[in-house]
Design a protein around this ligand. Structure first.
Ligand SMILES: [Zn+2]
Length: 180
């Protein structure tokens, strides 16, 4: 089995007049996040972790924010496309661990729903996804409530290309090794 690890990080600015969407779930709050898409900072960090693990670059390379087709797009659709890219290369998700970093709102009541939604989008068991949240004790841009940040790690696995069960080959003296 072959394993690859990836990490992702994303930040969006708090604004008024937009819904707050995290992990595909609408979280009731006085502010939402600014962005070209729905600004789902959690899904964006997870996408970058998955693409990074698969060696496929980053979210901006596949879904540039200069492209009008991604304006206001549901980031769940982007995650679904990334799931397709990984499947094409034979990668499966072992697990994802993600952290939301911000002062407000309280995330705990919404986390089980986020995990369920992310698992459904990736077509994996919910036990493979862990979402947590932390504050920065009022420090920095997240503490001043200028923006919300998210980090994610992802582990992918697949059978190595051309993998086959080990074969016992007995060579006579001087006989060349067979090609793999
Ligand atoms: Zn983003």
């Amino acid at each position: 089995m072959s394993y690859r690890i990836g990490q992702g990080f994303d930040v969006h600015r708090w604004v008024t007049g937009r819904p707050l969407i995290l992990g595909g779930v609408t979280v009731p709050h006085s502010h939402g996040l600014e962005g070209h898409s729905d600004a789902d900072v959690l899904i964006h960090a997870i996408i970058d972790a998955l693409l990074g693990a698969a060696g496929l670059g980053d979210i901006g390379r596949h879904f540039p924010d200069s492209d009008p087709q991604y304006k206001g797009i549901d980031s769940g659709q982007l995650l679904d496309r990334v799931r397709g890219m990984l499947a094409e290369k034979g990668w499966k998700v072992e697990n994802i661990d993600a952290t939301l970093i911000g002062q407000k709102p309280r995330m705990a009541p919404h986390i089980p729903l986020m995990e369920a939604r992310l698992a459904a989008l990736l077509a994996i068991e919910v036990m493979r996804i862990n979402v947590k949240a932390t504050t920065t004790e009022g420090l920095g841009f997240t503490g001043r409530q200028e923006g919300l940040a998210a980090m994610a790690s992802a582990l992918l696995y697949r059978d190595p290309p051309g993998a086959h069960p080990a074969k016992l080959v007995v060579l006579r003296p001087g006989e060349p090794r067979p090609a793999d």
